[in-house]
Design a protein around this ligand. Structure first.
Ligand code: NDP
Length: 254
C-alpha cells in the first residue's frame, strides 16, 4: 500500500513535463489522480493509460486556464470524475503546476501578453484554491504551488513571468496562516531549469550551458521535482507549511 492510498489529487498541467511526472508519482504512491490538460488531449490519455498500466488510478479533465469559465470547467470535470470513482468530491491534494513562460523581452512585452501570463500563472491558481477550499479540500489537505527559481535568480528576459511566480509564492505565505487551524498545508516548490518538451533540450550545447547553472552540472529532470512534491503531499510533511522549497539543483546558490 502506498503512502497516498485512499487519497485524491488534482495536478494541473499534467499532460506533459513536470506535471506529468507529478501525476505519475502521486499515482504510484496510491492516489487517485485527476490529470488536467488544455490542448494536449492525446498526451493526457497517455498519462492516464500509463498510470493504469502500472496499477494506479487516474482520469483526465480538460480546462483552458486563463479563459472565462476555466475554474468552473475544471471543477465540473474534477467533481464528476471523483464522484464516479469514490462517491464523493473530496480532494486531498491540489497541485497548481500548469504554467506558461513569457519568452519575450520586457521592452517588447505587450499588455495582452502580460495579462495572459498573470491569468494562467497567478489568477487561475488563486481561484482554483478558493474553489477547492470552499467545497473539496478536507482538514489535513495539501496544496502545492509550482513557482520558479526565477523569483530568486535574475533573468531580465523573463521579468513578467517571474512576477507571476512571485505572486504565486504569496499564496503559500499568507494562506498557510489562515489554513493552519484546519491542518491544511500550503507550500511553494521552485524548480530550476527542468527538462520538458521544449526543443532546446535537444541542443547539446544549450543543455551544457544550462547544466552549468546547477551545482550538480546537469539540468533537472521532471522526476526531481515530482519527488519533492510527493514529499510535501505526504504525511511526512505535516509540519511544513508556508515554505519556499528550492528544487533548483543548487542553481540558487549562485
Ligand atoms: P510544460 O510546458 O512542459 O507543460 C505545461 C503544462 O501546463 C501542460 O500540461 C499544459 O497543458 C499546461 N498548460 C499550459 N497552459 C495552460 C492553460 N492555459 N490552461 C491549462 N493548462 C495549461 O511545462 P513545464 O513542465 O516545463 O512546467 C511546469 C511548471 O513548472 C510551470 O508552472 C512552470 O512555470 C514551472 N517551471 C518550469 C521550469 C522548467 O525549466 N521546465 C522551471 C521553473 C518553473 P496542454 O499541453 O494540454 O496545453
Amino acid at each position: 500500500m502506498g503512502q497516498l492510498t485512499g487519497k485524491t489529487a488534482l495536478v494541473t498541467g499534467a499532460s506533459r513535463g513536470i506535471g506529468r511526472a507529478i501525476a505519475e508519482r502521486l499515482a504510484s504512491d496510491g492516489a487517485l489522480v485527476c490529470v488536467h490538460y488544455s490542448k494536449s488531449e492525446d498526451e493526457a490519455c497517455d498519462v492516464v493509460e500509463g498510470i493504469e498500466k502500472n496499477g494506479g488510478r487516474a482520469f483526465k479533465v480538460c480546462a483552458h486556464l486563463g479563459t472565462t469559465g476555466d475554474v468552473h470547467d475544471l471543477f465540473l470535470g474534477l467533481e464528476t470524475g471523483l464522484k464516479e470513482r469514490t462517491g464523493s468530491t473530496q480532494l486531498d491534494i491540489l497541485v497548481n503546476n500548469a504554467g506558461i513562460m513569457g519568452g519575450v523581452q520586457p521592452q517588447d512585452t505587450m499588455p495582452v501578453q502580460f495579462d495572459r501570463l498573470f491569468a494562467v500563472n497567478a489568477k487561475a491558481p488563486f481561484f482554483i484554491i478558493q474553489r477547492a477550499l470552499s467545497k473539496n479540500i478536507p482538514d489535513g489537505g495539501r496544496i502545492i504551488n509550482i513557482s520558479s527559481g526565477l523569483t530568486r535568480f535574475a533573468n531580465p528576459d523573463e521579468i513578467a513571468y517571474a512576477m507571476t511566480k512571485g505572486a504565486v509564492e504569496m499564496l503559500a505565505l499568507h494562506y498557510a496562516k489562515f489554513l493552519g487551524p484546519r491542518n491544511i498545508t500550503i507550500n511553494s516548490v521552485a524548480p530550476g531549469i527542468t527538462r520538458n518538451s521544449n526543443p532546446v533540450f535537444e541542443n547539446a550545447e544549450a543543455v551544457k550551458h544550462m547544466s552549468a547553472l546547477s551545482t550538480f552540472n546537469r539540468v533537472g529532470e521532471p522526476e526531481d521535482i515530482a519527488d519533492v512534491v510527493a514529499f510535501l503531499a505526504s504525511d511526512d510533511a505535516r509540519w511544513v507549511t508556508g515554505s519556499f522549497v528550492d528544487a533548483s539543483g543548487g542553481t540558487l546558490l549562485g
